[in-house]
Ligand binder design. Structure first.
Ligand code: NAI
Length: 587
């Protein structure tokens, strides 16, 4: 006897529509015969019976949509007693049918007055787009990678777009985040090349004298940042986006004020970003602590530093500062560094950082920071680290415009609540990027900006949050997409894992760094790729292949059979996919 369930045919498949039954109740069925046909948002497919028997009960009808893994039929022997199984399946179907179809974002369904009963959002003309009473179709508040991308895409779609920015366009990412940190790391790479030169057969360089000249490092950083900011300004101009320099205040869903002047707009896109989070009140008793913002502009580095927080910022700065000759200690509250990263990868990163000379304390709660020391509690004891310099890297908090809640914009846990179309609870007001509290990453903000304005323009489309890559810039690099091994196991039970150690990768050896691993987590039944985790050279570039594969709902077999060029580091992805299938050649 078998309870037939709605199969999960893809990573993003949460439900399927039963298009046709090929058998009626009482019909005999043979293993391998088509039993029913289903349709997902991507495909239509016939599903075969997995055993011989008689169709004893069809639990759902043609046209019904049910969540994956819910029972849809019972197949058993002609005389077999299946009454209990049918009752159990019917009860499960009845109890889960409701709860398995939550709104895309919990809590948003009731908060969204502009979604009609059929769930169709108000878009385009409904929102007043094109109405001459409004000066603009979209007013974007904030010019970071969310806001400026939304503005340009809106203009491409023929919308009348305004953007207000109180600082420089490009936001934290371009001015105080992604780009500046990477220029600093590039300088460190140049320093490391000098230090490693002799090993590669380069004579005549004095590695002992090599050091970073931070004034020049900062000058180079400034040139790169200024060039890119200029590029964004040029793009906004070219696309005829009206740019206001100043702080925008939302007066109501259709009025934005900048510099004392009101502007009428059909819609608003809030893209106000995030700000550095501090430690609880009373912990910091020192006048001078570094934040990522201030340390990024330092023209003189401290001799030693304690970094509070072993998240992405803490680890990237620890890596840079240690490489630049600073004595670094990291103090992390949790029992591991890099909490969202696959546990095995985080463990390897920790080992390599410690080998490079960075001291790391985990399970350590910082209780006091003075001008001369950092105190933390670990295992019931208080420990003291003497230091004059401290970097606080304990996270970032969304910036929610102070007027938002009074206007009825729902805010939960300090972030603006949005649905998968980036709508807030006020019709016509959207929120994208860090201010909505979902993964704080520049590329997520840009993708949301595009989805938001395409909805405003009436094109629809929803955000796919399942395949957002993340990257950590140390050496070797860390990059991942999808579920960690532990999260995949928690969600799906049995999963298959394939790994490839980089010490067996030819190109990594050529480049002089065989550390790290590539790891693929796949669905045990269908081979669907659930997560890809890279800790290797060029990981942050290579992860794009995994994102594309997951977006296309490719299986590990497709990744393993895709011919990768040799010699490249990317071959490790193919080999890890082969390892899932048990057919890896080099491990
Ligand atoms: P985070 O949330 O990634 O890490 C903060 C860490 O501080 C956590 O591990 C937390 O447990 C720890 N912590 C909190 N309170 C503590 C205490 N009292 N004592 C010791 N440890 C404590 O935040 P982070 O690293 O500041 O980054 C902020 C945001 O910026 C993140 O969302 C991150 O994804 C993003 N970002 C992304 C980058 C990238 O993609 N390469 C680079 C930099 C930042």
């Amino acid at each position: 006897m078998e309870i037939v369930v709605m199969p999960k045919l893809g990573f993003n498949m949460d439900e399927g529509k039963l298009v046709a039954w090929y058998k009626a109740e009482g019909d005999p069925v043979k293993k391998g015969e088509p039993l029913f046909s289903i349709e997902t948002d991507k495909t239509a497919i016939d599903v075969e019976a997995t055993q011989d028997g008689v169709v004893r009960k069809l639990l759902i009808g043609e046209g019904d949509v049910v969540a994956v893994t819910l029972p849809i039929a019972v197949v058993g022997g002609a005389e077999e007693d299946v009454a209990g199984a049918i009752a159990e399946a019917e009860a499960k179907l009845a109890s889960l049918k409701q709860s398995d179809f939550p709104a895309a974002s919990p809590g948003i369904a009731t908060a969204l007055p502009n979604a009609n009963a059929a769930g169709i959002p108000q878009q385009g003309l409904d929102l007043g787009v094109g109405n001459p009473d409004y000066e603009f179709d979209v007013f974007v508040v904030g010019g970071g990678p969310g806001g400026y991308v939304a503005a340009i895409r809106g203009a491409q779609l023929g919308l009348r777009v305004a953007l207000a920015e109180k600082d420089r366009v490009g936001g934290v990412c371009l001015n105080r985040g992604c780009i500046p940190t990477k220029t600093l790391l590039r300088s460190l790479e140049a320093l490391d090349a000098v230090k490693d030169a002799a090993e590669f057969g380069v004579a005549g360089l004095d590695a002992k004298k090599a050091a970073l000249d931070m004034k020049k490092v900062q000058a180079r950083k400034k040139a790169v940042v200024d060039g890119l900011v200029g590029g964004v300004e040029g793009l906004l101009k070219k696309n005829k986006v009206t740019v206001f320099k100043g702080e925008a205040v939302l007066k109501d869903g259709h009025t934005v004020a900048v510099g004392g002047q009101d502007y009428q707009t059909a819609t608003v896109v809030l893209a106000t970003g995030s700000e550095v989070k501090g430690l609880p009140d009373g912990v910091i008793q020192s006048k001078k602590v570094w934040t990522s913002d201030t340390l990024l502009s330092a023209e003189k580095l401290p001799k030693e530093i304690v970094i509070i927080g072993g998240g992405v910022i803490g680890v990237e700065f620890a890596y840079f500062l240690n490489g630049a000759g600073v004595k670094v200690t990291v103090v992390e509250f949790l029992d591991r560094i890099l909490p969202p990263v696959d546990a095995e990868i985080a463990k390897r990163v920790r080992r390599d950082l410690e080998k490079a000379g960075i001291a790391i304390h985990t399970d350590a709660k910082v209780t006091k920071v003075t001008d001369a020391a950092v105190e933390f509690e670990k295992g019931g004891k208080t420990e003291v680290l003497k230091t004059k310099d401290v970097l606080v890297a304990v996270g970032r908090a969304p910036v929610v415009p102070p007027e938002a809640e009074a206007l009825g914009i729902a805010v939960e846990r300090g972030a603006i609540v949005t649905d998968e179309r980036l709508r807030t609870s006020v019709p016509g007001v959207y929120a994208i990027g860090d201010c909505n509290g979902k993964t704080m990453l520049a590329h997520k903000a840009s993708a949301e900006g595009i989805v938001a304005v395409e909805n405003i323009a009436g094109q629809g489309g929803v955000m796919d949050y399942a395949a957002i890559p993340s990257a950590i810039y140390i050496r070797p690099e860390v990059a991942s997409v999808g579920l960690s091994e532990e999260d995949a196991k928690a969600r799906y039970g049995a999963v298959k894992v394939g790994k490839f150690l980089m010490l067996a990768n030819g190109k990594s050896k050529v480049e002089g760094d065989g550390r790290g691993v590539v790891k693929i987590v796949a669905d045990a039944q269908y081979g669907e790729i659930l997560g890809v985790h890279l800790y290797c050279l060029h990981a942050t570039d290579m992860i794009a292949e995994a994102v594309t594969a997951m977006r296309a709902e490719a299986t590990v077999e497709e990744l393993a059979r895709a011919i990768h060029p040799h010699p490249t580091v990317s071959e490790a992805v193919m080999e890890a996919a082969d390892a899932v299938l048990g057919s890896a050649i080099h491990c």
